[in-house]
Design a protein around this ligand. Structure first.
Ligand SMILES: NC(=O)c1ccc[n+]([C@@H]2O[C@H](COP(=O)([O-])OP(=O)(O)OC[C@H]3O[C@@H](n4cnc5c(N)ncnc54)[C@H](OP(=O)(O)O)[C@@H]3O)[C@@H](O)[C@H]2O)c1
Length: 356
């Protein structure tokens, strides 16, 4: 049977940025989930027009981003750079689509909800600009677990150190790490100041070599030495949790991992907490997997978590000097829950609201 025949009357979904790191994972997730969509239209830059990509087991041709590309589209997920979303998301809305935007263009706009379905699903229903924003991948990689703990214990402060994968910088980040690895593999580099830097040469989208290294900077430089990524963790956590005065300090670090962000989190609460109490909340929280048996060597690592949907939490400890605080290690696939999966969850919820 022609699959298109059974799809008549269902909503049309546009994926803008279908060829990128997030777009590629998104097409995979759409192919795995229940098929609720009519047409899935793939959109990218004119460079990619005419390419064919697989979704739902079919080859679909990519079209260039133009106003006409949104004809008949009910929902559009944008996985493109900020400036492209800023220009084109309102165009899609003007053509009648609800936009779910993965870029940073609208996240802090008071008229755009910033949504994590496990934490603040109700926010997606109020969208004065017709746009719903997806949080950034670092915030998203921890916020489902933190949201569950906040609901139980009342969060008052977060101190976060991230260990961010290179795919957070898109396909260019993945390509850069693979190329740098090729240059250092099988050598004895990493023993003299600057030897890795000289061997690597061009560091791609990163300010320093990422192979055999860690880089204490992600994003762009803002006021007083904070990186844009660090401010996103603060501002977006506050908005998602509805805690405008939450104390948040973040240090964002890039590590030589392809995909899956990790975060060491110090979370302080209004009241005293126990490890047993935190375990109980995390074990029951939708979208969270508790993996916390250090005696058995069980804690999440990016190499084990990559390609999975949940937020994984381990190393839960009560702070030695503060009975109201917990230390946690959290891992989440930055391309799945950190970007594409969260957007698909929102899109599926909005599609369910649409008149059939
Ligand atoms: N990577 C992550 O972990 C992550 C997580 C959360 C949010 N995000 C955000 O998601 C967005 C996409 O990130 P990514 O990592 O997937 O980036 P990417 O791998 O660089 O892909 C960028 C996509 O945007 C398209 N594009 C670029 N310029 C365009 C233009 N002028 N017109 C139309 N399409 C254009 C590209 O199409 P061509 O292939 O045709 O150039 C490609 O499909 C960014 O805003 C990013 O900040 C990323």
């Amino acid at each position: 049977m022609n699959p298109a025949a059974g799809r008549a009357g269902r909503p049309t979904l546009a994926v803008v940025g279908a060829t990128g790191a997030v777009g590629t994972v998104l097409l995979g997730i759409l192919s795995e989930h229940a098929d609720i969509w009519g047409e899935i239209r793939l959109i990218a830059s004119p460079r990619s027009a005419g390419r064919k990509l697989a979704v739902r087991g079919e080859q679909v041709e990519v079209v260039a981003l133009t106003e006409d590309a949104f004809d008949g589209v009910h929902l559009a997920v944008f996985d493109v750079p900020d400036e492209v979303s800023a220009r084109w998301a309102p165009v899609a809305v003007g053509k009648g689509a609800v936009v779910i935007d993965n870029s940073g263009a609208f996240r802090m706009d008071p008229d755009v909800p910033l949504v994590v379905p496990e934490v603040n699903p109700h926010a997606a229903r109020v969208r004065p600009r017709g746009i719903i924003a997806n949080p950034n991948c670092t915030t998203l990689s921890m916020i489902v677990a933190i949201g569950a703990l906040h609901a139980a214990f009342g969060l008052s402060e977060l101190v976060v150190s991230s260990y961010q994968a290179v795919s957070g910088a898109g396909q260019a980040g993945i390509d850069a790490l693979r190329e740098q690895h090729a240059r250092v593999a099988g050598t004895d580099l990493g023993t003299q100041p600057g030897d890795v830097r000289r061997a690597v040469g061009d560091t791609g989208p990163f300010p320093a070599p990422v192979a055999l290294n860690v880089v204490p900077f992600a994003g762009s430089l803002t006021e007083d030495g904070w990186s844009s990524e660090e401010l996103k963790v603060r501002n977006e956590s506050r908005k998602i949790l509805g805690l405008p005065h939450l104390k948040v300090s973040a240090t964002c670090v890039r590590v030589p991992v392809v995909t899956t962000h990790s975060l060491a989190v110090h979370a302080r609460f209004e009241n005293e907490v126990t490890v047993a109490g935190a375990h109980e909340i995390l074990a029951a929280a939708p979208g969270v997997v508790l993996c916390d048996d250090p005696a058995a060597g069980e804690y999440p690592t990016p190499a084990d978590v990559v390609g999975t949907d949940p937020t994984w939490v381990g190393r839960v400890r009560r702070s030695l000097d503060d009975p109201c605080a917990l230390e946690l290690f959290v891992c989440g696939d930055n391309l799945r829950k950190g970007a594409a999966l969260n957007a698909v969850q929102i899109a599926e919820a909005v599609a369910a609201e649409l008149p059939s």
